[in-house]
Design a protein around this ligand. Structure first.
Ligand SMILES: NC(=O)C1=CN([C@@H]2O[C@H](COP(=O)(O)OP(=O)(O)OC[C@H]3O[C@@H](n4cnc5c(N)ncnc54)[C@H](O)[C@@H]3O)[C@@H](O)[C@H]2O)[C@@H](O)CC1
Ligand SMILES: Nc1ncnc2c1ncn2[C@@H]1O[C@H](COP(=O)(O)OP(=O)(O)O)[C@@H](O)[C@H]1O
Ligand SMILES: [K+]
Length: 515
Protein backbone atom coordinates (compact mmCIF):
# COMPACT_ATOMS: atom_id res chain seq x y z
CA UNK A 1 0.00 0.00 0.00
CA UNK A 2 1.34 3.43 -0.87
CA UNK A 3 0.49 6.89 0.40
CA UNK A 4 0.33 9.11 -2.66
CA UNK A 5 2.42 12.26 -2.37
CA UNK A 6 3.86 14.48 -5.09
CA UNK A 7 7.27 12.84 -4.86
CA UNK A 8 7.04 10.46 -7.79
CA UNK A 9 5.18 9.85 -11.04
CA UNK A 10 2.25 7.41 -10.97
CA UNK A 11 0.24 5.85 -13.81
CA UNK A 12 -3.50 6.58 -13.75
CA UNK A 13 -6.13 4.30 -15.33
CA UNK A 14 -9.71 5.18 -16.14
CA UNK A 15 -12.66 2.88 -15.44
CA UNK A 16 -12.49 1.09 -18.78
CA UNK A 17 -8.78 0.30 -18.41
CA UNK A 18 -9.26 -0.68 -14.75
CA UNK A 19 -12.00 -3.12 -15.70
CA UNK A 20 -9.75 -4.66 -18.38
CA UNK A 21 -6.96 -5.08 -15.84
CA UNK A 22 -9.38 -6.51 -13.31
CA UNK A 23 -10.61 -9.11 -15.80
CA UNK A 24 -7.10 -10.07 -16.88
CA UNK A 25 -6.11 -10.53 -13.28
CA UNK A 26 -9.23 -12.29 -12.11
CA UNK A 27 -8.73 -14.84 -14.90
CA UNK A 28 -5.44 -15.88 -13.30
CA UNK A 29 -6.68 -16.08 -9.73
CA UNK A 30 -9.07 -18.16 -7.68
CA UNK A 31 -12.58 -16.64 -7.58
CA UNK A 32 -13.12 -13.88 -5.02
CA UNK A 33 -9.38 -13.34 -4.52
CA UNK A 34 -9.40 -9.68 -5.60
CA UNK A 35 -12.24 -8.74 -3.28
CA UNK A 36 -10.58 -10.55 -0.41
CA UNK A 37 -7.40 -8.59 -1.01
CA UNK A 38 -9.36 -5.36 -1.37
CA UNK A 39 -11.29 -5.89 1.88
CA UNK A 40 -8.16 -6.80 3.78
CA UNK A 41 -6.37 -3.69 2.51
CA UNK A 42 -9.32 -1.49 3.55
CA UNK A 43 -9.34 -3.06 7.02
CA UNK A 44 -5.58 -2.58 7.39
CA UNK A 45 -5.75 1.07 6.42
CA UNK A 46 -8.74 1.63 8.71
CA UNK A 47 -6.74 0.20 11.61
CA UNK A 48 -3.75 2.36 10.73
CA UNK A 49 -5.58 5.68 10.41
CA UNK A 50 -8.02 5.16 13.29
CA UNK A 51 -6.34 2.69 15.65
CA UNK A 52 -8.54 3.75 18.55
CA UNK A 53 -11.85 4.19 16.75
CA UNK A 54 -14.66 3.20 19.11
CA UNK A 55 -17.23 2.42 16.43
CA UNK A 56 -16.54 1.74 12.76
CA UNK A 57 -19.63 2.42 10.67
CA UNK A 58 -19.40 0.83 7.22
CA UNK A 59 -21.91 2.05 4.63
CA UNK A 60 -22.12 -0.67 1.97
CA UNK A 61 -23.70 -0.20 -1.45
CA UNK A 62 -25.45 -2.73 -3.69
CA UNK A 63 -22.46 -3.70 -5.88
CA UNK A 64 -18.87 -4.82 -5.51
CA UNK A 65 -17.81 -1.60 -3.80
CA UNK A 66 -20.22 -2.63 -1.06
CA UNK A 67 -18.62 -6.10 -1.27
CA UNK A 68 -15.24 -4.57 -0.38
CA UNK A 69 -16.86 -2.92 2.62
CA UNK A 70 -18.45 -6.21 3.75
CA UNK A 71 -15.13 -8.00 3.38
CA UNK A 72 -13.38 -5.28 5.42
CA UNK A 73 -16.12 -5.55 8.08
CA UNK A 74 -15.31 -9.23 8.53
CA UNK A 75 -11.61 -8.47 9.14
CA UNK A 76 -12.28 -5.56 11.47
CA UNK A 77 -14.80 -7.51 13.52
CA UNK A 78 -12.37 -10.42 13.82
CA UNK A 79 -9.75 -7.95 15.04
CA UNK A 80 -12.14 -7.08 17.86
CA UNK A 81 -13.41 -3.73 16.55
CA UNK A 82 -16.99 -2.63 17.06
CA UNK A 83 -18.44 -2.72 13.54
CA UNK A 84 -21.83 -1.43 12.42
CA UNK A 85 -22.86 -2.22 8.84
CA UNK A 86 -25.58 -0.44 6.89
CA UNK A 87 -26.14 -2.36 3.68
CA UNK A 88 -28.07 -1.09 0.70
CA UNK A 89 -28.13 -4.25 -1.43
CA UNK A 90 -30.58 -7.04 -2.01
CA UNK A 91 -29.63 -10.70 -2.14
CA UNK A 92 -31.32 -11.07 -5.55
CA UNK A 93 -29.16 -8.47 -7.26
CA UNK A 94 -25.91 -9.00 -5.40
CA UNK A 95 -22.91 -9.68 -7.71
CA UNK A 96 -21.28 -13.09 -6.96
CA UNK A 97 -18.11 -11.71 -5.32
CA UNK A 98 -20.05 -9.35 -3.10
CA UNK A 99 -22.41 -12.21 -2.17
CA UNK A 100 -19.50 -14.24 -0.78
CA UNK A 101 -18.32 -11.30 1.31
CA UNK A 102 -21.90 -10.63 2.44
CA UNK A 103 -22.23 -14.23 3.65
CA UNK A 104 -18.93 -13.98 5.48
CA UNK A 105 -20.00 -10.80 7.23
CA UNK A 106 -23.42 -12.33 7.99
CA UNK A 107 -21.71 -15.13 9.86
CA UNK A 108 -19.63 -12.79 12.00
CA UNK A 109 -21.32 -12.84 15.37
CA UNK A 110 -20.10 -9.46 16.57
CA UNK A 111 -21.18 -7.30 13.61
CA UNK A 112 -24.20 -5.09 14.16
CA UNK A 113 -26.49 -4.57 11.13
CA UNK A 114 -28.34 -1.26 11.13
CA UNK A 115 -30.84 -0.06 8.52
CA UNK A 116 -30.61 3.32 10.16
CA UNK A 117 -27.01 4.50 10.37
CA UNK A 118 -25.71 5.52 13.80
CA UNK A 119 -26.26 9.23 14.46
CA UNK A 120 -24.01 9.60 17.49
CA UNK A 121 -20.61 9.23 15.80
CA UNK A 122 -17.84 11.59 16.90
CA UNK A 123 -14.23 12.29 15.99
CA UNK A 124 -13.37 9.17 18.01
CA UNK A 125 -15.13 6.90 15.49
CA UNK A 126 -14.57 6.03 11.83
CA UNK A 127 -16.86 5.82 8.78
CA UNK A 128 -16.03 3.63 5.81
CA UNK A 129 -17.67 4.72 2.58
CA UNK A 130 -18.28 1.60 0.47
CA UNK A 131 -21.48 2.79 -1.19
CA UNK A 132 -20.39 3.31 -4.81
CA UNK A 133 -17.09 2.78 -6.59
CA UNK A 134 -16.21 2.82 -10.25
CA UNK A 135 -19.66 1.46 -11.09
CA UNK A 136 -21.35 4.80 -10.46
CA UNK A 137 -23.64 5.76 -13.30
CA UNK A 138 -22.88 9.28 -14.43
CA UNK A 139 -25.57 9.66 -17.05
CA UNK A 140 -28.84 11.33 -16.23
CA UNK A 141 -30.87 8.44 -17.58
CA UNK A 142 -33.24 7.02 -14.97
CA UNK A 143 -31.74 4.32 -12.78
CA UNK A 144 -33.33 0.87 -12.79
CA UNK A 145 -33.09 0.75 -9.01
CA UNK A 146 -36.14 1.30 -6.85
CA UNK A 147 -36.84 4.92 -5.81
CA UNK A 148 -36.47 3.97 -2.15
CA UNK A 149 -32.95 2.69 -2.90
CA UNK A 150 -31.96 6.07 -4.31
CA UNK A 151 -33.47 7.96 -1.39
CA UNK A 152 -31.65 5.80 1.13
CA UNK A 153 -28.41 6.12 -0.85
CA UNK A 154 -28.74 9.91 -0.81
CA UNK A 155 -29.44 9.91 2.92
CA UNK A 156 -26.47 7.72 3.76
CA UNK A 157 -24.20 9.76 1.51
CA UNK A 158 -25.31 12.94 3.24
CA UNK A 159 -24.67 11.31 6.59
CA UNK A 160 -21.16 10.27 5.57
CA UNK A 161 -20.38 13.74 4.27
CA UNK A 162 -21.59 15.51 7.39
CA UNK A 163 -20.27 13.02 9.93
CA UNK A 164 -18.07 14.25 12.74
CA UNK A 165 -16.09 11.03 12.33
CA UNK A 166 -13.33 10.80 9.72
CA UNK A 167 -14.27 9.01 6.51
CA UNK A 168 -12.24 6.41 4.63
CA UNK A 169 -13.58 6.02 1.09
CA UNK A 170 -13.19 2.66 -0.63
CA UNK A 171 -11.78 2.97 -4.16
CA UNK A 172 -13.36 6.38 -4.86
CA UNK A 173 -15.50 8.72 -2.76
CA UNK A 174 -19.04 7.58 -3.53
CA UNK A 175 -20.72 9.58 -6.26
CA UNK A 176 -17.45 10.82 -7.79
CA UNK A 177 -16.78 9.79 -11.38
CA UNK A 178 -13.38 8.08 -11.34
CA UNK A 179 -12.61 9.26 -14.88
CA UNK A 180 -13.45 12.94 -14.68
CA UNK A 181 -13.50 14.04 -11.04
CA UNK A 182 -17.09 15.22 -11.44
CA UNK A 183 -19.97 14.07 -9.27
CA UNK A 184 -22.67 11.94 -10.87
CA UNK A 185 -25.87 13.96 -11.29
CA UNK A 186 -27.92 13.90 -8.10
CA UNK A 187 -24.99 12.73 -5.97
CA UNK A 188 -23.21 16.06 -5.49
CA UNK A 189 -22.63 17.30 -1.94
CA UNK A 190 -25.41 19.64 -0.84
CA UNK A 191 -23.16 22.61 -0.11
CA UNK A 192 -20.90 23.01 -3.02
CA UNK A 193 -19.33 26.42 -2.89
CA UNK A 194 -15.66 27.23 -2.65
CA UNK A 195 -16.11 29.12 0.60
CA UNK A 196 -17.99 26.31 2.38
CA UNK A 197 -16.09 23.14 1.61
CA UNK A 198 -18.45 20.18 1.75
CA UNK A 199 -17.71 17.35 4.16
CA UNK A 200 -15.66 14.86 2.19
CA UNK A 201 -13.40 11.88 2.73
CA UNK A 202 -10.24 12.34 4.73
CA UNK A 203 -8.74 9.28 3.09
CA UNK A 204 -9.41 7.31 -0.09
CA UNK A 205 -7.93 3.89 -0.77
CA UNK A 206 -7.80 3.42 -4.52
CA UNK A 207 -7.85 -0.27 -5.43
CA UNK A 208 -5.97 -2.02 -8.21
CA UNK A 209 -5.27 1.24 -10.05
CA UNK A 210 -5.07 4.94 -9.30
CA UNK A 211 -7.84 6.78 -11.13
CA UNK A 212 -7.54 10.20 -12.83
CA UNK A 213 -10.76 11.53 -11.29
CA UNK A 214 -9.15 11.48 -7.84
CA UNK A 215 -6.68 14.17 -8.87
CA UNK A 216 -8.53 16.74 -10.97
CA UNK A 217 -11.77 18.79 -10.95
CA UNK A 218 -13.58 17.92 -7.64
CA UNK A 219 -11.37 14.88 -7.06
CA UNK A 220 -8.82 16.51 -4.79
CA UNK A 221 -11.48 17.96 -2.49
CA UNK A 222 -13.54 14.78 -2.48
CA UNK A 223 -10.78 12.25 -1.87
CA UNK A 224 -8.54 13.77 0.81
CA UNK A 225 -5.33 11.79 1.23
CA UNK A 226 -5.16 9.17 -1.52
CA UNK A 227 -3.67 5.72 -0.86
CA UNK A 228 -3.14 3.00 -3.43
CA UNK A 229 -3.16 -0.77 -3.14
CA UNK A 230 -2.50 -2.55 -6.45
CA UNK A 231 -3.99 -5.86 -5.18
CA UNK A 232 -0.88 -7.61 -6.50
CA UNK A 233 -1.38 -6.39 -10.06
CA UNK A 234 2.11 -5.03 -10.61
CA UNK A 235 3.76 -8.29 -9.64
CA UNK A 236 1.20 -10.70 -11.10
CA UNK A 237 0.04 -9.21 -14.37
CA UNK A 238 2.30 -6.22 -14.80
CA UNK A 239 0.29 -3.02 -14.95
CA UNK A 240 2.49 -2.17 -17.92
CA UNK A 241 0.37 -4.26 -20.32
CA UNK A 242 -2.17 -1.51 -20.27
CA UNK A 243 -1.11 2.00 -21.31
CA UNK A 244 -2.03 4.53 -18.64
CA UNK A 245 -4.87 6.93 -19.33
CA UNK A 246 -2.76 9.70 -17.80
CA UNK A 247 0.24 10.24 -15.55
CA UNK A 248 0.18 11.86 -12.16
CA UNK A 249 3.23 14.08 -12.59
CA UNK A 250 6.18 13.76 -10.23
CA UNK A 251 8.93 16.25 -9.45
CA UNK A 252 11.04 17.26 -12.43
CA UNK A 253 14.64 16.03 -12.45
CA UNK A 254 16.92 18.29 -10.43
CA UNK A 255 19.02 20.33 -12.80
CA UNK A 256 21.65 22.44 -11.15
CA UNK A 257 23.70 24.82 -13.24
CA UNK A 258 27.05 24.34 -14.85
CA UNK A 259 29.74 26.32 -13.07
CA UNK A 260 31.05 27.53 -16.41
CA UNK A 261 27.78 29.04 -17.58
CA UNK A 262 26.68 32.58 -18.26
CA UNK A 263 23.42 34.41 -18.72
CA UNK A 264 23.36 33.54 -22.40
CA UNK A 265 23.25 29.86 -21.43
CA UNK A 266 19.72 30.23 -20.07
CA UNK A 267 18.15 32.17 -22.88
CA UNK A 268 16.07 35.31 -23.14
CA UNK A 269 12.40 35.69 -22.32
CA UNK A 270 10.32 38.53 -23.71
CA UNK A 271 7.01 39.25 -22.02
CA UNK A 272 4.55 40.99 -24.33
CA UNK A 273 1.40 42.24 -22.63
CA UNK A 274 0.06 44.75 -20.15
CA UNK A 275 -2.47 47.02 -21.84
CA UNK A 276 -2.22 50.52 -20.39
CA UNK A 277 -4.89 52.77 -18.92
CA UNK A 278 -4.93 55.01 -21.98
CA UNK A 279 -6.56 52.56 -24.43
CA UNK A 280 -9.75 51.59 -22.60
CA UNK A 281 -9.27 52.92 -19.09
CA UNK A 282 -8.14 49.52 -17.80
CA UNK A 283 -4.54 49.28 -16.65
CA UNK A 284 -3.15 45.76 -16.75
CA UNK A 285 0.58 46.31 -16.85
CA UNK A 286 0.92 44.46 -13.52
CA UNK A 287 0.15 41.15 -15.21
CA UNK A 288 3.08 41.49 -17.61
CA UNK A 289 5.40 42.57 -14.81
CA UNK A 290 4.35 39.54 -12.74
CA UNK A 291 5.17 37.24 -15.65
CA UNK A 292 8.51 39.01 -16.05
CA UNK A 293 9.34 38.59 -12.39
CA UNK A 294 8.44 34.89 -12.53
CA UNK A 295 10.60 34.37 -15.63
CA UNK A 296 13.50 35.99 -13.81
CA UNK A 297 13.06 33.87 -10.69
CA UNK A 298 12.49 30.83 -12.90
CA UNK A 299 16.05 31.15 -14.14
CA UNK A 300 15.88 33.02 -17.45
CA UNK A 301 19.19 34.59 -18.47
CA UNK A 302 17.58 37.92 -19.40
CA UNK A 303 13.98 39.10 -19.23
CA UNK A 304 12.70 41.80 -21.58
CA UNK A 305 9.29 43.32 -20.94
CA UNK A 306 7.38 44.91 -23.77
CA UNK A 307 4.38 46.73 -22.34
CA UNK A 308 1.56 47.47 -24.74
CA UNK A 309 1.41 51.01 -23.49
CA UNK A 310 4.34 53.06 -24.64
CA UNK A 311 3.62 56.08 -22.46
CA UNK A 312 3.57 54.25 -19.16
CA UNK A 313 6.47 52.03 -20.02
CA UNK A 314 9.17 54.51 -19.11
CA UNK A 315 7.55 55.43 -15.79
CA UNK A 316 7.39 52.00 -14.27
CA UNK A 317 10.12 51.32 -11.77
CA UNK A 318 9.82 47.74 -10.68
CA UNK A 319 12.50 45.12 -10.57
CA UNK A 320 15.58 46.75 -12.03
CA UNK A 321 16.59 43.40 -13.56
CA UNK A 322 13.66 43.60 -15.98
CA UNK A 323 14.58 45.36 -19.21
CA UNK A 324 11.87 47.39 -20.91
CA UNK A 325 11.69 47.13 -24.69
CA UNK A 326 9.47 48.54 -27.39
CA UNK A 327 7.77 45.71 -29.26
CA UNK A 328 9.45 46.75 -32.51
CA UNK A 329 12.86 46.41 -30.85
CA UNK A 330 12.36 42.73 -29.94
CA UNK A 331 14.22 40.18 -32.03
CA UNK A 332 11.38 37.71 -31.83
CA UNK A 333 13.20 35.02 -33.84
CA UNK A 334 15.66 34.43 -31.00
CA UNK A 335 13.31 34.87 -28.05
CA UNK A 336 10.97 32.82 -25.90
CA UNK A 337 7.94 35.05 -25.90
CA UNK A 338 5.27 35.06 -23.21
CA UNK A 339 2.32 36.81 -24.77
CA UNK A 340 -1.08 37.82 -23.46
CA UNK A 341 -0.70 38.51 -19.74
CA UNK A 342 -2.89 41.57 -19.20
CA UNK A 343 -2.83 42.09 -22.96
CA UNK A 344 -6.42 43.26 -23.22
CA UNK A 345 -7.37 44.35 -26.72
CA UNK A 346 -3.95 45.91 -27.31
CA UNK A 347 -2.37 42.49 -27.79
CA UNK A 348 -4.38 41.98 -31.00
CA UNK A 349 -2.04 44.16 -33.04
CA UNK A 350 1.10 42.27 -32.07
CA UNK A 351 -0.28 38.73 -32.31
CA UNK A 352 0.32 38.15 -36.04
CA UNK A 353 4.02 38.99 -35.69
CA UNK A 354 4.39 37.02 -32.48
CA UNK A 355 2.75 33.90 -33.93
CA UNK A 356 4.78 34.16 -37.09
CA UNK A 357 8.19 34.98 -35.67
CA UNK A 358 8.63 34.01 -32.01
CA UNK A 359 11.13 31.21 -31.60
CA UNK A 360 9.23 29.67 -28.66
CA UNK A 361 5.92 30.91 -27.35
CA UNK A 362 3.64 30.83 -24.31
CA UNK A 363 0.15 32.13 -25.01
CA UNK A 364 -1.98 33.15 -22.04
CA UNK A 365 -5.15 35.02 -21.14
CA UNK A 366 -6.15 37.74 -23.63
CA UNK A 367 -3.95 36.32 -26.38
CA UNK A 368 -6.01 33.13 -26.16
CA UNK A 369 -9.31 35.01 -26.09
CA UNK A 370 -8.43 36.98 -29.20
CA UNK A 371 -7.17 33.89 -31.05
CA UNK A 372 -10.44 32.11 -30.24
CA UNK A 373 -12.35 34.71 -32.28
CA UNK A 374 -10.01 34.94 -35.26
CA UNK A 375 -9.60 32.15 -37.82
CA UNK A 376 -6.45 33.62 -39.38
CA UNK A 377 -4.70 33.75 -36.02
CA UNK A 378 -5.79 30.17 -35.33
CA UNK A 379 -4.18 29.08 -38.59
CA UNK A 380 -1.02 30.96 -37.73
CA UNK A 381 -0.95 29.25 -34.36
CA UNK A 382 -1.40 25.76 -35.81
CA UNK A 383 1.24 26.42 -38.48
CA UNK A 384 3.96 26.96 -35.86
CA UNK A 385 4.28 23.24 -35.20
CA UNK A 386 5.36 22.47 -38.80
CA UNK A 387 8.16 25.01 -38.39
CA UNK A 388 9.28 23.26 -35.15
CA UNK A 389 8.50 26.35 -33.11
CA UNK A 390 7.37 25.21 -29.65
CA UNK A 391 4.11 26.70 -28.36
CA UNK A 392 2.38 26.27 -25.00
CA UNK A 393 -1.17 27.45 -24.28
CA UNK A 394 -2.09 28.09 -20.64
CA UNK A 395 -5.88 28.49 -20.61
CA UNK A 396 -8.12 28.41 -17.56
CA UNK A 397 -11.37 26.52 -18.21
CA UNK A 398 -13.24 29.51 -19.66
CA UNK A 399 -10.40 30.38 -22.03
CA UNK A 400 -10.24 26.72 -23.06
CA UNK A 401 -13.99 26.74 -23.67
CA UNK A 402 -13.69 29.77 -25.96
CA UNK A 403 -10.96 28.06 -27.98
CA UNK A 404 -13.06 24.90 -28.28
CA UNK A 405 -16.33 26.78 -28.87
CA UNK A 406 -18.01 25.16 -25.91
CA UNK A 407 -18.81 26.02 -22.30
CA UNK A 408 -16.51 25.98 -19.28
CA UNK A 409 -18.90 23.45 -17.66
CA UNK A 410 -18.27 21.10 -20.58
CA UNK A 411 -14.51 21.61 -20.29
CA UNK A 412 -14.64 20.90 -16.56
CA UNK A 413 -16.83 17.84 -17.13
CA UNK A 414 -14.01 16.23 -19.16
CA UNK A 415 -10.79 18.03 -18.34
CA UNK A 416 -8.46 15.37 -19.72
CA UNK A 417 -10.39 15.19 -22.95
CA UNK A 418 -10.61 18.98 -23.34
CA UNK A 419 -6.86 19.45 -22.85
CA UNK A 420 -6.07 16.73 -25.39
CA UNK A 421 -8.54 18.14 -27.87
CA UNK A 422 -6.95 21.59 -27.63
CA UNK A 423 -3.45 20.17 -28.03
CA UNK A 424 -4.52 18.27 -31.14
CA UNK A 425 -6.50 21.15 -32.60
CA UNK A 426 -3.62 23.61 -32.41
CA UNK A 427 -0.73 21.11 -32.53
CA UNK A 428 0.85 22.48 -29.39
CA UNK A 429 1.27 21.83 -25.67
CA UNK A 430 -1.59 22.79 -23.37
CA UNK A 431 -1.74 23.39 -19.63
CA UNK A 432 -5.44 23.45 -18.70
CA UNK A 433 -5.30 25.22 -15.35
CA UNK A 434 -7.29 24.71 -12.16
CA UNK A 435 -7.35 22.06 -9.45
CA UNK A 436 -5.31 19.24 -10.97
CA UNK A 437 -3.92 21.14 -13.96
CA UNK A 438 -3.87 18.88 -17.03
CA UNK A 439 -0.85 19.08 -19.31
CA UNK A 440 -1.38 17.64 -22.77
CA UNK A 441 0.68 17.36 -25.93
CA UNK A 442 -0.53 15.88 -29.24
CA UNK A 443 -0.16 12.09 -29.30
CA UNK A 444 1.29 11.93 -25.77
CA UNK A 445 -0.34 10.59 -22.61
CA UNK A 446 -1.52 13.63 -20.63
CA UNK A 447 -0.18 14.52 -17.18
CA UNK A 448 -2.15 15.69 -14.16
CA UNK A 449 -0.26 17.96 -11.79
CA UNK A 450 -0.35 16.93 -8.13
CA UNK A 451 0.78 20.19 -6.50
CA UNK A 452 -1.00 23.44 -5.69
CA UNK A 453 -4.03 24.34 -3.65
CA UNK A 454 -6.92 26.80 -3.40
CA UNK A 455 -4.66 29.62 -2.21
CA UNK A 456 -3.55 29.94 -5.84
CA UNK A 457 -7.05 31.06 -6.76
CA UNK A 458 -6.08 34.72 -6.62
CA UNK A 459 -5.45 37.28 -9.35
CA UNK A 460 -2.13 37.11 -11.13
CA UNK A 461 -0.99 33.59 -10.27
CA UNK A 462 -1.68 32.53 -13.86
CA UNK A 463 0.65 35.28 -15.10
CA UNK A 464 3.33 33.91 -12.78
CA UNK A 465 2.88 30.46 -14.29
CA UNK A 466 3.18 31.82 -17.84
CA UNK A 467 6.43 33.65 -17.01
CA UNK A 468 7.90 30.59 -15.33
CA UNK A 469 7.06 28.47 -18.34
CA UNK A 470 8.73 31.00 -20.59
CA UNK A 471 11.94 30.57 -18.58
CA UNK A 472 11.87 26.80 -19.18
CA UNK A 473 11.43 27.26 -22.93
CA UNK A 474 14.21 29.85 -23.02
CA UNK A 475 16.52 27.33 -21.37
CA UNK A 476 15.84 24.98 -24.29
CA UNK A 477 13.46 22.55 -22.59
CA UNK A 478 10.96 20.60 -24.69
CA UNK A 479 7.54 22.24 -24.31
CA UNK A 480 5.88 19.28 -22.56
CA UNK A 481 8.71 19.01 -20.03
CA UNK A 482 8.79 22.79 -19.55
CA UNK A 483 5.06 22.82 -18.87
CA UNK A 484 5.15 19.89 -16.43
CA UNK A 485 8.07 21.47 -14.59
CA UNK A 486 6.56 24.94 -14.37
CA UNK A 487 3.13 23.79 -13.24
CA UNK A 488 4.67 21.47 -10.63
CA UNK A 489 7.02 24.14 -9.23
CA UNK A 490 4.27 26.81 -9.20
CA UNK A 491 2.02 24.54 -7.10
CA UNK A 492 4.89 23.37 -4.92
CA UNK A 493 5.67 26.93 -3.83
CA UNK A 494 2.01 27.39 -2.89
CA UNK A 495 2.00 24.11 -0.95
CA UNK A 496 5.00 25.25 1.11
CA UNK A 497 3.51 28.70 1.77
CA UNK A 498 3.72 29.85 5.42
CA UNK A 499 0.28 29.58 7.02
CA UNK A 500 0.45 33.06 8.53
CA UNK A 501 1.18 34.88 5.26
CA UNK A 502 -1.33 35.66 2.53
CA UNK A 503 -0.37 34.30 -0.87
CA UNK A 504 -0.17 37.05 -3.47
CA UNK A 505 0.99 36.62 -7.03
CA UNK A 506 3.91 39.04 -6.61
CA UNK A 507 5.23 37.19 -3.57
CA UNK A 508 4.65 33.86 -5.35
CA UNK A 509 6.83 34.97 -8.27
CA UNK A 510 9.59 36.06 -5.90
CA UNK A 511 9.60 32.70 -4.08
CA UNK A 512 10.04 30.62 -7.19
CA UNK A 513 13.35 28.89 -7.06
CA UNK A 514 14.23 26.77 -10.05
CA UNK A 515 16.88 26.98 -12.67
N1 LIG B 1 -12.16 -3.31 -10.46
C1 LIG B 1 -11.49 -4.12 -9.64
O1 LIG B 1 -10.47 -4.60 -9.95
C2 LIG B 1 -11.99 -4.44 -8.35
C3 LIG B 1 -13.15 -3.86 -7.93
N2 LIG B 1 -13.55 -3.98 -6.72
C4 LIG B 1 -14.62 -3.13 -6.23
O2 LIG B 1 -15.73 -3.15 -7.07
C5 LIG B 1 -16.12 -1.83 -7.37
C6 LIG B 1 -16.89 -1.82 -8.65
O3 LIG B 1 -18.03 -2.62 -8.41
P1 LIG B 1 -19.33 -2.59 -9.31
O4 LIG B 1 -18.96 -2.67 -10.72
O5 LIG B 1 -20.24 -3.62 -8.76
O6 LIG B 1 -19.90 -1.15 -9.08
P2 LIG B 1 -20.26 -0.33 -7.75
O7 LIG B 1 -20.37 -1.19 -6.57
O8 LIG B 1 -19.31 0.80 -7.70
O9 LIG B 1 -21.67 0.28 -8.15
C7 LIG B 1 -22.65 -0.51 -8.78
C8 LIG B 1 -23.94 -0.50 -8.00
O10 LIG B 1 -24.34 0.81 -7.66
C9 LIG B 1 -25.59 1.14 -8.25
N3 LIG B 1 -25.48 2.53 -8.76
C10 LIG B 1 -24.59 2.97 -9.65
N4 LIG B 1 -24.76 4.28 -9.91
C11 LIG B 1 -25.79 4.67 -9.16
C12 LIG B 1 -26.45 5.91 -9.02
N5 LIG B 1 -26.04 7.01 -9.70
N6 LIG B 1 -27.49 5.98 -8.18
C13 LIG B 1 -27.87 4.88 -7.50
N7 LIG B 1 -27.29 3.67 -7.59
C14 LIG B 1 -26.27 3.56 -8.42
C15 LIG B 1 -25.79 0.14 -9.37
O11 LIG B 1 -27.15 -0.08 -9.60
C16 LIG B 1 -25.07 -1.08 -8.82
O12 LIG B 1 -25.93 -1.80 -7.97
C17 LIG B 1 -14.84 -1.06 -7.36
O13 LIG B 1 -15.02 0.32 -7.21
C18 LIG B 1 -14.14 -1.70 -6.17
O14 LIG B 1 -14.54 -1.12 -4.96
C19 LIG B 1 -12.79 -4.76 -5.73
O15 LIG B 1 -13.67 -5.62 -5.09
C20 LIG B 1 -11.70 -5.59 -6.23
C21 LIG B 1 -11.20 -5.39 -7.53
N1 LIG C 1 -7.35 24.83 -6.32
C1 LIG C 1 -6.25 24.97 -7.04
N2 LIG C 1 -5.30 24.02 -7.03
C2 LIG C 1 -4.19 24.16 -7.78
N3 LIG C 1 -3.95 25.22 -8.58
C3 LIG C 1 -4.86 26.18 -8.62
C4 LIG C 1 -6.06 26.11 -7.87
N4 LIG C 1 -6.78 27.23 -8.13
C5 LIG C 1 -6.05 27.97 -9.00
N5 LIG C 1 -4.90 27.34 -9.29
C6 LIG C 1 -3.85 27.82 -10.20
O1 LIG C 1 -3.74 29.24 -10.11
C7 LIG C 1 -3.51 29.81 -11.41
C8 LIG C 1 -4.64 30.79 -11.73
O2 LIG C 1 -4.50 31.24 -13.04
P1 LIG C 1 -5.60 32.13 -13.79
O3 LIG C 1 -6.94 31.51 -13.60
O4 LIG C 1 -5.12 32.34 -15.17
O5 LIG C 1 -5.59 33.47 -12.98
P2 LIG C 1 -4.99 34.92 -13.36
O6 LIG C 1 -5.34 35.18 -14.79
O7 LIG C 1 -5.65 35.88 -12.42
O8 LIG C 1 -3.53 34.87 -13.13
C9 LIG C 1 -3.42 28.63 -12.35
O9 LIG C 1 -2.09 28.21 -12.49
C10 LIG C 1 -4.24 27.57 -11.65
O10 LIG C 1 -3.92 26.25 -12.05
K1 LIG D 1 -16.81 4.35 -2.25
Amino acid sequence: MQRITPDQTYPLFNTEATRRLEQAMAAQLAPHTLMQRAGLAVAQLAQAIAPHARTIWIACGPGNNGGDGLEAAHHLARAGRKVVISWLGTTETLPPDARQSWEKARHCANIEWADTPPTDLTGQDLCIDALLGIGVRSSTRPTPSAPTHDTVLAQWLAQLRSSAAPVLAVDVPSGLDADTGQYAPGLEPATHSAAAKPGTAQHTLSLLTLKPGLFTAHGRDAAGQVWWHDLGATAETGLNHEPPTAWLAGPPPRGGRLHASHKGSYGDVAVVGGEGLALRGMGMTGAALLAGSAALHGGAGRVLVSLLDQDQATEIHTQPELMLRRFEALELESLSVVCGCGGGQAVRTVLPAVLQRAQALVLDADALNIISTDGALQQALTARSARQHPTVLTPHPLEAARLLHTTSAQVQAHRLMAARELAKKFQCTVALKGSGTVIAHPDDIPHINPTGNGSLATAGTGDVLAGLLGAGLAAGMMPLQAAIRAVFAHGQVADAWPLDEPLTAGALARRIKIG
